[in-house]
Design a protein around this ligand. Sequence first.
Ligand code: AMP
Length: 391
Amino acid sequence: MAMIPLNSLVLSGKRVLVRCDFNVPLKSGAIADPARIDASMDTIRYILGQGGCAVLCSHLGRPKERSPELSLRPVAQYLSTMLGLKVALAPDCVGEVTLAKIESLAPGEALLLENLRFHPEEEKNDADFAHELARGKQVYVNDAFGTAHRAHASTVGVVRFVAQRAPGFLMMRELEALRSFTQNPSRPYVAILGGAKVSDKIALLKNLVTKVDTLLIGGAMAYTFLRAQGKPVGNSRVEEDKIAVAGELLAEAARRSVTVALPIDHVVANSPDDEASARVVDEIADGLMGLDIGPRTVAAFIAAVSESRTAIWNGPLGYFERPAFSQGTLKVGEALAGRSETRSLIGGGDTAAALSGKPWSHNFTHVSTGGGATLEYLEGRELPGVKALEV
Ligand code: AMP
């Protein structure tokens, strides 16, 4: 099934509803990191440049009801500065007052609708709400890749009430990048997996074990795998009810001749808050907690990465928020970033955060802006927000 490219639509004089991902982190009411807004600027500029009237919408945070601290007002101000034109904030995303504002837009003007999630109907994909959201618009553009795994009114329901639909440029970039990694990857193909929980990554592991040559497993989830192998893990985080499935995944990898590397040494501490007690061990004694991969594991992971042609990464390899437990993630990250021969894909969310802000952070082939959406794509699932754009 195909999607109509945005640049093949006639936008002049049309009212274009643009679903963006403006779910930016806020600190004391100000935007702490505008990266998600910046990522959609070329889509917005293109629509305005074509003489379209851009009606921008997004969710922000997880409000249960209308809450002033989750207003998109700071985003409207940021957009006004970036675009060099006044982007007003409508008082709501639906309703007569907002509709009148939309109808008064001239070609090349933009309006930002207030937080979609002030209405619980948004997440319920309520048909009446979706219909309301579509009122007065002739084109729908979805640039919110980070929300494409959610079937909400603004990502799915709205589509059937608008005459034309297209993906935005960010959505296209993300999908093309992910497709290029998952279809015919150059080999060896390595997956680096970490993060807090095995339970979040089972579907991903089940899919990747059929695709990759090597799985490098770190982070807290590695301890459930080590337990499945009967290794001592002390007080490390283990999901008792996932030990069996971890064992099955290891057996499946062996059947498929997929190499699995688990930590062979560890940075341990008395507790996650006790960085002063951090030290390297080969075996985790009772009472201690594994919080990062150790230097021998780092060397083994780097060796695997250095032979790879394709690498995808989801989940930090340690409790990276604390400097004492961030080295595993950073050293493997630096080695991967330095590999010009390896196409590298960094999943969004925590992984992107853990690997950002370093001199080498820009050297990965693609850093995804989607956390959950990227994860679900790599699990081999269809993203409802993408499916809805097909014609
Ligand atoms: P996830 O969202 O599943 O990718 O998990 C990311 C979180 O896992 C981050 O907050 C990491 O600090 C945390 N994490 C990774 N490794 C460990 C570990 N060994 N012990 C505790 N937390 C960890």
